[in-house]
Design a binder for this molecule. Structure first.
Ligand code: PGA
Length: 250
């Protein structure tokens, strides 16, 4: 049984008061009767503050990116070991904004995935096709290639310590979510593809959906068999909206 995970990707938004208010709002809406996990992914500077506010709570903490390198002359970069050191357990790799705005390719994403695991972090590998790729019927092949880059460098066993997030680029921040059928179909394809290597690991892997998840469409997405949670951008900036999605996850 895969428990669901609702993860809030705050992107480049925040301030100290906002972090305090958002986390207080999340904590006040946690429900011991819910089986789902909750995670927040603040911008780097707010990770230590978030970590201290989340101490002794079940809310998980992740970062939005990391360097492929461990240390040294990489001005502006942040190493996985530093993220572990300040309390992160998880980190996004290959978010479409990193791929599309900052030129990260599959090889770099695979290197970041390996660097995260080497630092003891669970990577959340983001994959997804653009609108042009979907219209050209390339969704499955694009997503498979994104998964395969990690599979060939880290091996299938690495997926027992990782999460995958399917985020169609055309659905991110656009208000136009994938339909439950569209998302379920890609999630099932990813799981079946990994199951060709190891059915047990594939069966246990959490595959999140991201892209315009809101309180009013969360339930119909999250009830689908292979949708194990959500990676929430815009709606994660309001404790009310974010925790309504958590409630919908059950
Ligand atoms: P969105 O973003 O929920 O605002 O579409 C999701 C994401 O980019 O992770």
């Amino acid at each position: 049984m895969r428990t669901k995970l609702i993860a809030g990707n705050w992107k480049m938004n925040g301030s100290k008061p906002m972090v305090r208010e958002l986390i207080a709002g999340i904590l006040s809406r946690l429900d011991a009767g819910q089986s789902s996990d909750v995670m927040v992914l603040p911008p780097y500077p707010y990770v230590p503050l978030a970590n201290s506010l989340l101490e002794n709570t079940p809310v998980l903490l992740g970062a939005q990116d990391l360097s492929r390198h461990d240390s040294g002359a990489h001005t502006g970069e942040v190493a996985g070991s530093m993220l572990s050191d300040v309390g992160c357990s998880h980190v996004l790799v290959g978010h479409s904004e990193r791929r599309n705005l900052y030129g990260e390719d599959n090889a770099l994403v695979a290197a970041k995935f390996a660097a995260a695991q080497a630092a003891g972090l669970q990577p959340i590998l983001c994959v997804g096709e653009t609108l042009e790729e979907r219209q050209a019927g390339q969704t499955d092949s694009v997503v498979r290639a994104q998964v395969d880059a990690v599979l060939s460098s880290s091996g299938v066993a690495a997926f027992s310590r990782a999460i995958v997030a399917y985020e169609p680029v055309w659905a991110i921040g656009t208000g136009q979510s994938a339909t439950p059928d569209q998302a379920q179909s890609v999630h099932a394809m990813i799981r079946a593809h990994l199951a060709e290597e190891d059915a047990i690991i594939a069966g246990r892997l959490r595959i999140l959906y991201g892209g315009s998840v809101k309180p009013d469409n969360a339930a119909e997405l999250l009830e689908r068999e292979d949708i194990d949670g959500g990676l929430i951008g815009g709606a994660s900036l309001s404790a009310d909206g974010f925790m309504a999605i958590y409630q919908a996850a059950g």
